[in-house]
Design a protein around this ligand. Sequence first.
Ligand SMILES: Cc1ncc(COP(=O)(O)O)c(C=O)c1O
Length: 427
Amino acid sequence: MVGMTSIRERRGLDEAAVRDHFPALARTVDGRQVAYLDGPGGTQVPRECIAAMTAYLERCNANHGGAFSASVESDAILAEVHASGADFVGAGDPDEVVFGPNMTTLTFAVSRALGRDLHPGDEIVVTRLDHDANVAPWLAVAEDRGATVRWLELADDRATLALDRLDDVLSSRTRVIALGLASNAVGTLTDVRRVTEAARAVGALVYVDAVHAAPHLPIDVATLGADFLVTSPYKFFGPHLGMLYARRELLERLAAYRVRPAGAMLPGKWEVGTQNHEALAGLLGTFGYLEALGAAYGDSPDRLDRRGRLRAAMAAIRTRERDLSLASLGRLSAIEGVQLYGIADPERVDERVPTFSFTLAGHHPRAVAEHLASRGISAWDGDFYAHELIRALGLADLGGLVRIGLVHYNTLAELDRLDDALRELSR
Ligand SMILES: Cc1ncc(COP(=O)(O)O)c(C=O)c1O
């Protein structure tokens, strides 16, 4: 809360106050302050996260379910982080939140559990826009169970999904649709609500990958109509973890792969083995940071509950990022040789998050990333596991794309540095 309440009357996030919460942002390499434009691969964490993680290890480092104080305190933290996670995604029930090592592992676990009810002739829908972590597990389970895979293809712009062809891929045999809320490669937001409505009409379940959306906007599983929704806290200012929401009825009904003594209680039924408690404590610190941000920027903060504070934080972040998106679009489109992939029209800025992928004529994406690194700018290159999209763009053998990923702690000054560095190459 410190450093934020004092600035609540101002419009827009206070850049300096926000950045002060993230110690990594002060890092210098070769005398240059590092510009972290690598958020889609994992964001930096606030002091609150680091402090909570350290405090856990210093004071209540213990396994689950013991009679002694460290274990009791540890369990209280675990209960609290489930409740906060539920509020973060708009779930009504802390037991609807399941943690795991990462999104990929959780998705393999859920897909295998769902697979137990799949039969030859059943259908699973996956998309060409998704990260492979929301494709490969479904392809594998379809193969295991003799189910048929249907693909929701890209639209002609190769930046959005062809939702107008949704009815062609759905049928009474569709059991699951797996799709993303935001593309980690080109930043497109997908109208998940439209898909869940169509899925409901044919009785299919919807598994939403919100990993890339989570650092950028408020998430509400009820509004989206998601049956499952998965995020990775390390992409939204937390430690390396995965976080799954699923409707309680599904978590109870589906048969998880688990050890027998784990029992059928939620969420333990799905949280197999010992969890990363210190990381979960750290995530609670991250939620604390976001709550403080929401209290500082939300309307009537005194009347906001935790869900309200988290929502307000993400709404303030979304507003801030809109400006960063518009500035990025303007700058990148003005550099000779830059070909931007994804929605480039500033009028459509609300259909995307500030993740910008491009090629620079005459330069391999890795060479561009190396040049940026030499200027103190962290940026990713490659396919980002958006395997199908990169192939559809014809870039699989060309090193993929350079990706600039902005989050709320990034600044216009960092975009200026990016602009300068890219112009050095494009000259
Ligand atoms: C959109 C998206 N989905 C899924 C994943 C995989 O997440 P995790 O590393 O938690 O398994 C990523 C990671 O890059 C991602 O960006």
